[in-house]
Write a protein that binds this ligand. Structure first.
Ligand SMILES: Nc1ncnc2c1ncn2[C@@H]1O[C@H](COP(=O)(O)OP(=O)(O)OP(=O)(O)O)[C@@H](O)[C@H]1O
Ligand SMILES: [Mg+2]
Length: 303
């Protein structure tokens, strides 16, 4: 049995940044998440693709369980096309083709329902709720995006109320709550139910709010960033993957802080190359080395 199940999009991404371009690169929230989480624990992906999909071997080679990927004959895999300018924090969507993703109705097998940890990647909030209901997981984390806050806010708030951990970026946290400071936004999100709120801040890092306590890290200082696509999902994969490996369903603060560091470091590798290219060949040793540097650059003594 997998210790972690991830539900989300599986996509072909056409990406353009000031540093280059890739056509139909493997992407999607479940893919970026699973490649990251797989560095820490065994993960299974639940998603849907068309019979044009040829990315399965990339996941299987890494030991990711792909048996939950449904292939729809005659259908097309979800395809996204986006462009970034010099401000890599802002993506401009040029084209979205939902393909088989439009009819996605994720169903967990009896085995997948028993996995102790569940990640609800960025999909329609009602589908996140449906998967949550099917699962017996002791720890559930959720990600979302601005689109669902705009068009399905009540349902997203319902979904948030049914999970243990919410992972959003700063813009989404502000938009969802109408609060301008992250501390108030996190408190408002937590008031819906989740004990743990993580707010990602792109190159500026990430913040953790749990049990009234706060923890923050900067972004790992990279000199070159090629493509930010999937940063949020690889952060979530490192964060949730690390927690799943601890076996705790009510993670304590020490583990949560380490999970934030692991999430940040895996995401920092992700943005150094296009799409999944870097995380696909990332090793746990490389992660540990960079986490060690990150620890040294983020701690100080009081003299
Ligand atoms: N330029 C960067 N340098 C270092 N780390 C980065 C950079 N950009 C992102 N990260 C890391 O990735 C994490 C998540 O990124 P971000 O805040 O962009 O999430 P997101 O907006 O959900 O991303 P996505 O576009 O994938 O949905 C950050 O908290 C940070 O740790
Ligand atoms: Mg995101």
């Amino acid at each position: 049995m997998n210790s972690l199940i991830a539900v989300g999009s599986i996509a072909y991404d056409t990406l353009e940044t000031p540093f280059g371009r890739r056509d139909r690169a493997l992407g999607g929230s479940a893919v970026h998440f699973a490649l990251a989480a797989n560095l820490f624990t065994d993960v299974g992906v639940v998603g849907v693709v068309g019979d044009d999909f040829d990315g399965e071997p990339v996941l299987a080679e890494r030991g990711i369980d792909t048996s939950g990927i449904q292939v729809v004959a005659g259908g097309a895999t979800f395809a996204w096309e986006g462009r970034y300018g010099f401000d890599l924090n802002v993506a401009e969507t040029l084209d979205t083709r939902l393909g088989v993703f439009e009819q996605f109705d994720p169903q967990l097998s009896a085995e997948q329902a028993k996995a102790p940890v569940l990640f609800l990647g960025n999909i329609v909030p009602d589908l996140q709720r449906s998967v949550r209901k099917q699962s017996q997981a002791g720890f559930v984390a959720l990600d979302s995006m601005n689109l669902w806050i705009e068009i399905a806010k009540d349902s997203l708030i319902g979904a948030i109320g049914e999970v243990d951990c919410v992972i959003l970026n700063d813009g989404e946290a502000r938009q969802l709550t109408g609060e301008s400071t992250l501390a108030k936004a996190a408190r408002a999100i937590s008031a819906h139910g989740p004990r743990i709120v993580v707010i990602k801040r792109g190159e500026y890092g990430a913040a953790l709010f749990v049990d009234g306590a706060f923890f923050g890290v900067p972004g790992y200082p990279l000199e070159e960033v090629f493509d930010p696509t999937g940063a949020g999902d690889s952060f979530a994969g490192g964060f949730v993957g690390y927690l799943a490996a601890t076996g705790q369903t009510e993670p304590d603060i020490a583990h949560l802080k380490r999970a934030v560091a692991y999430g940040s470091i895996v995401a920092s590798f992700n943005v150094e190359e296009f799409g999944t290219e870097r995380v696909q060949r990332l090793t746990r040793d490389e992660v540990e080395t960079r986490v060690g540097e990150f620890h040294a650059m983020t701690s100080f003594d009081l003299g």
